[in-house]
Design a protein around this ligand. Structure first.
Ligand SMILES: [Zn+2]
Length: 109
């Protein structure tokens, strides 16, 4: 079974911004840029697993940088600066994930 969901491409005629949204049936979404609803045009439906590429997979290199950074007692903010396109929050979450994964492995032994 496919995990893809139906999203719709919209275009705001006011600020020329196009965006992806998943609005309720028969309702227009608000433009994420200007907050306007009136100038929104429905462009086309698209089937995708998730909107945008905001969930990039973490590479081993990135994981190592986070772990090393924490061992050196760097802040998440500082660590995220050395990672391309990762926010402080994302870096923090990833560290928690890594810790959790590690503790599960230790428990299993
Ligand atoms: Zn707009």
């Amino acid at each position: 079974m496919s995990r893809k969901k139906k999203y719709t491409f919209y275009k705001c005629r006011d600020c020329e911004n196009d965006f992806l949204a998943k609005p309720k049936q028969g309702k227009k979404p608000f433009c994420p840029t200007c907050g306007e609803q009136f100038y929104i045009e429905n462009m086309m439906p698209v089937w995708i697993e998730r909107p945008f590429q905001y969930k990039q997979h973490w590479t081993e290199e990135e994981d190592e940088l986070i772990i090393l950074g924490r061992q050196m007692e760097h802040t998440y903010n500082r660590i995220s600066e050395s990672l391309q396109g990762r926010s402080m929050k994302a870096t923090q979450n990833r560290f928690y994930q890594l810790q959790k994964a590690r503790s599960l492995v230790e428990q299993g032994q």
